[in-house]
Ligand binder design. Structure first.
Ligand code: PRP
Ligand code: MN
Ligand code: MG
Length: 178
């Protein structure tokens, strides 16, 4: 699997160090707020796992699965809920955890829904932000790393469901997706 990677963009050490920093910031922000940490399946899982272990805060976790219609590499715009939260978000402090924000469509849709459901506060933490991909305006409150407009995999990010278990963020060799 690692043989399919052309270059590493963010190393395992960099991810772990930044995750500890973000965990400390979020611990201060959410002390005594009993946040509902919402992971967006499936990409957010590795980051959510490490990030919440770096948060010394009583918190709850829940998960949502949404899909944008379209091909594996380009998202098409429409968003559909595949698995909703089990938790009522009304009056809750929500921390959404993502692996990457690209067009912004996924989170824009989810945030509108949480506002409609009367969340008390909504913040976003994303490991990666790809600002050049943005189609709808959206800014994360906490960003791990900015990435260029390249197709990246690893640490949650997939290419046709593979490579999520890489401990770093990398770029595939062109022959893999050609
Ligand atoms: C990817 C990624 C984000 C979203 C970002 O998820 O994990 O959730 O796309 O793209 P956007 O900002 O353009 O909406 P994907 O829908 O591929 O599902 P996955 O997490 O299960 O891979
Ligand atoms: Mn995702
Ligand atoms: Mg995906």
């Amino acid at each position: 699997m690692q043989n399919d990677i052309e270059k590493i963009l963010v190393s395992e050490e960099e991810i772990q160090k930044r995750t500890q920093e973000l965990g400390a910031e979020l611990s201060a922000e959410y002390k005594d707020k009993n946040p509902l940490v919402v992971g967006i399946l499936k990409g957010a899982i590795p980051f959510l796992s490490d990030l919440t272990k770096a948060m010394d805060v009583k918190l709850e976790m829940d998960f949502m699965d949404v899909s944008s219609y379209g091909s594996a590499m380009v998202s098409s715009g429409e968003v559909k809920i595949l698995k909703d939260l089990d938790t009522n978000v009304e009056g809750r402090n929500i921390l959404i955890v993502e692996d990457i924000i690209d067009s912004g469509r996924t989170l824009s849709y989810i945030i509108d829904m949480f506002k409609y459901r009367k969340a008390k506060s909504i913040k976003i933490v994303t490991l990666l932000d790809k600002p050049e991909g943005r189609v709808v305006p959206l800014e994360a409150d906490y960003v791990g790393f900015l990435v260029p407009n390249e197709f990246v995999v690893g640490y949650g990010l997939d290419f046709i469901e593979h490579y999520r278990n890489l401990p770093y963020i990398g770029v595939l060799k062109p022959e893999i997706y050609e």
